[in-house]
Structure formats: C-alpha cells, structure tokens
Design a protein around this ligand. Structure first.
Ligand code: MRU
Length: 337
C-alpha cells in the first residue's frame, strides 16, 4: 500500500549509516543522489531546494541533526545539538514540518546520535503510512474520467512513498481508474513542470502540462473537475500556506464552483498558529525569476501564499476527510482537543 509509485526514485535514503538526498534541482534530466556529509551540506540542500516539500525537509533535517552529533565530543553535545537545531530550523521558514521534526528530536532530551537517528527513522516510516492513509481517504474523490488539477509538487518527491496531493491519484490509478491530471508549471522553479509532470507520467498517469495562467480558461470551459494541492502549514483555523499561486487557484475554483481540496498530513497541521496572518512567507532570490530572459529590474519573489479556509472545500488528511473545514473539525480530526 505505501510503496513508492512505479519507477519513481525515493527522495531521502538512509542506508548503512549514510544519508543521501535525491537532488531535485537536476530532475527530470538526471537522477543523482547527493551524499550528505555534514550539517552544512544538509542546510544547503534544504535552502537550495535540492530536497524540498514540507514533509521531506522535516525528515531530512531530522536525519541531518542526528548525524551531526556523531563528530561532536560527548561533553559538548548538548550545547551543539541546540545550536545545530536552530540552524536547521532557519533554513526555510514556512513549512511547519521542518521546525516540528527538529523539535521532536530535541524533545527526546538526548544527544546520543543513535537514539536521535532511531527517531528520524521512525518519523520517516510514519510519513510513509501517513501518505497511504491520505491516499485511501482521498481516493473516492477521484472519479473515472475526471480532469484534476494539481499545483507545484506535493508528490512522492516532496514526501515519501505516495506523496500527499498525489496519493489519491496513485491509489486510484493502481485500482485501474482512468482519469487525467493537469499540471501547471509552477514558476519560477517549475516544480510542476520538472517534478510533478515527470513523477506522475513516470508512474503511468495521464498528464498534460500547462502554463500557470491557463487554469482560468480551462475552468471556464468546464475542463477541470477537481483541484488537489499540498500544504506547507495549515493554521489552527484552517488557513493554508502552500506554493505561491495556490491562492489564485482557490479564488478561481470558488468562482467557477469547482471543488478545491488540500491534502494535509497531521504533521503539517499547526494548532499553535492561530490563523494565516502570522505564517512567515519565505521570499527567495531575484535570480530565480530573472533567469536569462528578463530585464534586470527589482524582483519580488514570495515562495508561498495563504489561502483562507473559506475558499477550501475540504482537507484530505491521514485521519479522514474533512468536508466542512472549521477549526473544531480540524482540532477533532487531528485529536488536538
Ligand atoms: O518550495 P517547495 O518546492 O518546497 O514547495 C513545496 C510545496 O509548496 C508543496 O505543495 C508542499 O510543501 C506540500 S509537499 C507534500
């Protein structure tokens, strides 16, 4: 159930004490694993999006933190552990999974590398199960013949196993259901074009790639039946941070009466953030937007936006489907009350 989609490589490998990340900057042209030999390597991999996607950066950080203790003399470990934890948390601010995974290791109150590594492995294994459950709860939404839009990459590459937004698609596909997925490019780093289009088509799902400004006309023409996106942080009330462009899709979906679902693992729900107004949105460098074509002018490059809960039809979670998203439904579903 929670095995990887066919022919899709795994994002994070921890084997015989060695950590490696699939370098997603090189996809789809090259499948290359970056062996992570230091905390600096891990932080650079997270910052530059060699490893990316909310759950994946949490898992990556957990392994990196644990491994970074190996070379530290025992008497210095406690102080260094906390310093390393802060550096990892600072690598990217928006996805709650990163800070939450690091805090989970700190909560063990140990600096023993082996115990920390066991916890990182547990987190990784739990994540596979979470994806499978999201797939099971979301699969009934994938009707035969449907045209489904997804944004950015909330797939196997961003998580482990089946991904989040993609998990219902993979399970429906395995069950023999025929449907079609629109994948938008997701400027400026093209996670849709480079990653999702590649991942889904590699697994045998029918995909069409579109530019980011195409969905409105497709919705108007009745050619999108359902939208499923991932998330980097769901605030206590349901406001949802995800890749820049998600808000625009939600507004359009609302206008055209198209169901708009967020696939949210329990690790991405953040009851400590009251609503979307206080979620820190990462802004990234100008070079990502300028490329080689643009005039050399000022650039504003936010990586995420926040979709208010009233534009969200439902949440597909590992604890069940939430079809009337309210703060109390989210708290109940994630058993935080
Ligand atoms: O900047 P990225 O590529 O890390 O952004 C990823 C997303 O926005 C995903 O939709 C989100 O992290 C969910 S991944 C299951």
């Amino acid at each position: 159930m929670n095995r990887l989609p066919d022919r899709v490589p795994e994002t994070i490998r921890f084997e015989r004490g060695r950590l490696a990340f699939l370098d997603q900057r090189k996809l789809p042209h090259e499948v290359h694993y970056w062996q992570i030999d230091s905390l600096d390597d891990a932080i650079e991999a997270i910052r530059t999006l060699a490893v990316r996607g909310a759950p994946a950066i949490g898992i990556a950080a957990a392994y990196a933190l644990a491994m970074s203790m190996r070379d530290v003399p025992v008497e210095r470990r406690t102080g260094v552990l906390h310093a390393h934890a802060e550096r990892l948390k600072g690598a990217r601010p928006t996805a709650v999974n990163l800070a939450a995974a690091v805090d989970r290791l700190l909560a063990l109150n140990t600096h023993e590398p082996e115990l920390l590594l066991e916890e990182a492995e547990r987190l990784h294994a739990e994540d596979r199960g979470i994806c499978a459950r999201i797939g099971q709860f979301g699969m009934p939404l994938i009707k035969a013949g449907a045209n489904i839009l997804t944004h950015c990459n909330a797939g196997a590459l961003a998580v482990s196993a089946l991904g989040t937004a993609t998990a219902p698609l993979y399970l429906a596909h395995r069950a023999g259901r025929k449907f079609h997925v629109w994948v938008d490019e997701t400027r400026p780093l093209l996670q849709g074009a480079r990653l999702t289009a590649w991942e889904l088509s590699t697994a045998g799902i029918e995909v069409t790639l579109i530019c980011d400004h195409v969905p409105a006309s497709l919705m108007e023409a009745g050619r999108i039946d359902l939208i499923i996106v991932g998330t980097d942080r769901v605030a206590r009330n349901g406001d949802t941070a995800n890749k820049i462009g998600t808000l625009g899709l939600a507004v359009l979906a609302h206008h055209f009466g198209i169901p708009f679902y967020v696939a949210c693992p329990s690790t991405t729900y953040d009851p400590d953030t009251k609503d979307g107004s206080t979620i820190v949105i990462e802004t990234r460098g100008a070079e990502e937007v300028l490329g080689t074509h643009a005039a050399k002018v000022n650039v504003y490059n936010p990586a995420f936006d926040v979709t208010p809960v009233n534009l969200i039809t439902g949440f597909i979670t590992d604890q069940g489907l939430i079809t009337r998203p309210t703060e109390s439904a989210l708290l109940r579903t994630f058993r935080r009350v």
